[in-house]
Ligand binder design. Structure first.
Ligand SMILES: [Zn+2]
Length: 473
């Protein structure tokens, strides 16, 4: 019988993870005594649902649907507060221990798969390696030796807190320049204004003695990094994207009907109170709310706050905001699926070759058709597997569960090249829109860059630049 079992439910937004968790917990409450466990508690692993209030935008399961099952780490942070994967892992570890003491099963549920990944496979989190300081890698040594004097001073006196890009732009851009000198590959992933990420990358160098890019390469090469911390049973609730997209669109419509706009208005008011006024000549687009902080990252906020800032919005503006939110939601779902395939699956498969006490069974449950197949395709298989897992019985082969399970699980998209990690979400500098030297105007490649090149501000600058260089008639 399992000594410290946990059950994790992962998957994209809108597939019914919360419902499955409640139904599984109810079942365990009624019937798990045979395996020595008495019920279950749900621990939230959705990075937006940790925030209080804002229930529509964060998609929290309503109280009435929790059916008396305890939900932990949900709705306890203030909107602007930062909450990191490390903090979540620490608090979850305590709650798991406490839950096991009550002879209950912790069910970890959420779409923030990388939180769950770091919980189950601990040594994949680079920032937690600071327990063992080591000698500097040859590469880092060489890069430090070639630093110009002013950046060397910055490296030797890293600020305790990341500087604010709006009030200390010089300090912020110096940090980014330092990171660029030391580890250009990682520097191109962060905007120089994202000082928390830039500082974190620099801290990792101090803590580990290695470049962040070296760590990423090492992690993706080492097969045995990542023995699981618990005896874990994972369910990946999966839905075919084409069907899911329709469902997600309908959900956005329903969120709007239930009062999404009022929530966004309230959030906007909060952000205005806390915003420090700045008129330092930054471009309009660079002076907005920090969408990378706290609940302001929630899908819908950015899309609708633009709409709310229009003084006399038309129904067309409204329709566009709804459409933008639908697009962002679909893109989020796609990113979640690719994380599962490209990161979580390899971690699970990698742990099988590691010298470890436990395997980590991962079952894909096909929730493409929610209405008639929920019970037979999702709930009953989940209950059966969980019971076998808790009783220590032999488990059924995950690829035998469904055709989809066979297809997806048998063909993991394992990144063979670590450079994929390093080059994704790369920031491009727009020389045309860079107004101050050392403070480049940066935009993420892909959709954001394309939108930027079509923007009025960029087109105006391009035209001005052209008129300066064009030969006079
Ligand atoms: Zn531009």
């Amino acid at each position: 019988m399992s000594a410290n079992p946990i059950v994790a439910i992962l998957g994209t937004t809108g597939v019914g993870k919360s419902n499955l968790a409640v139904e599984l917990a109810l079942h365990l409450t009624k019937s798990a005594r045979a395996s020595g466990w008495h019920g279950a508690r749900v621990i939230n692993a959705d990075s937006m649902q940790v925030y209080s209030g804002m229930d529509i935008i964060t998609n929290k399961i309503p109280m009435t649907e929790r059916q008396g099952i305890e939900h932990l780490l949900m709705g306890f942070k203030k909107p602007g507060e930062q909450y990191t994967v490390g903090q979540w892992v620490d608090e979850t570890l305590k709650l798991i221990e406490d839950t096991h003491k009550q002879r209950k099963i912790p069910i970890i549920v959420g779409g923030t798969s990388y939180w769950i990944q770091h919980l189950i496979f601990p040594n994949r989190l680079a920032s937690r390696m600071h327990a063992q300081p080591r000698e500097l890698s040859t590469q880092l040594q060489a890069n430090i030796a070639s630093l110009p004097q002013d950046l060397l001073e910055v490296y030797n006196n890293l600020p305790e807190r990341p500087p604010s890009a709006s009030t200390e732009p010089e300090a912020a851009s110096r940090l980014h320049a330092l990171l660029h000198h030391l580890d250009a590959e990682v520097a191109q992933r962060w905007h120089w204004k994202d000082t928390r990420k830039v500082s974190r990358s620099l801290e990792i160098m101090k803590e580990t003695g290695r470049l962040p890019s070296e760590i990423i390469v090492h992690q993706s090469q080492s097969q045995d990094a990542g023995a699981p911390r618990f005896e874990s049973l994972c369910f990946w609730l999966y839905a075919d994207l084409s069907v899911l997209e329709q469902r997600l669109n309908e959900r956005v419509d329903s969120m709007v009907q239930r009062g999404l706009l009022q929530e966004i208005q309230a959030l906007q008011d909060l952000s205005k109170i806390s915003e420090t006024s700045s008129s330092d000549g930054l471009a309009e687009s660079q002076r907005q709310v920090d969408y990378t902080l706290g609940i302001y990252q929630a899908i819908g906020y950015r899309e609708f706050s633009r709409y709310l800032s229009i003084s006399a919005p038309t129904s067309r503006d409204y329709g566009e905001a709804v459409e933008r939110m639908k697009i962002s939601t679909r893109q989020y779902a796609k990113r979640q699926i690719s994380w599962m395939r490209n990161k979580f699956l390899p971690a699970v498969y990698g742990s099988k070759t590691a010298s470890t006490r436990w395997l980590t069974p991962l079952y894909l449950l096909d929730a493409t058709n929610l209405d008639d197949r929920w019970k037979s395709g999702v709930l009953i298989p989940a209950i059966t597997v969980t019971e076998d897992f808790l009783a220590g019985n032999e488990l059924v082969d995950p690829t035998s569960m469904s055709e989809t399970a066979k297809q997806v699980l048998a063909n993991p998209n394992i990144d063979t090249s670590p450079s994929v990690v390093l080059t994704c979400r790369k920031k491009i500098v727009c020389d045309m829109c860079t107004l101050k030297e050392g403070q480049p105007f940066m935009v993420e490649e892909g959709r954001e860059w394309e939108a930027h090149t079509r923007s009025r501000a960029h087109r105006r600058r391009a035209k001005e630049a052209y008129s300066h260089t064009a030969p006079s008639q």
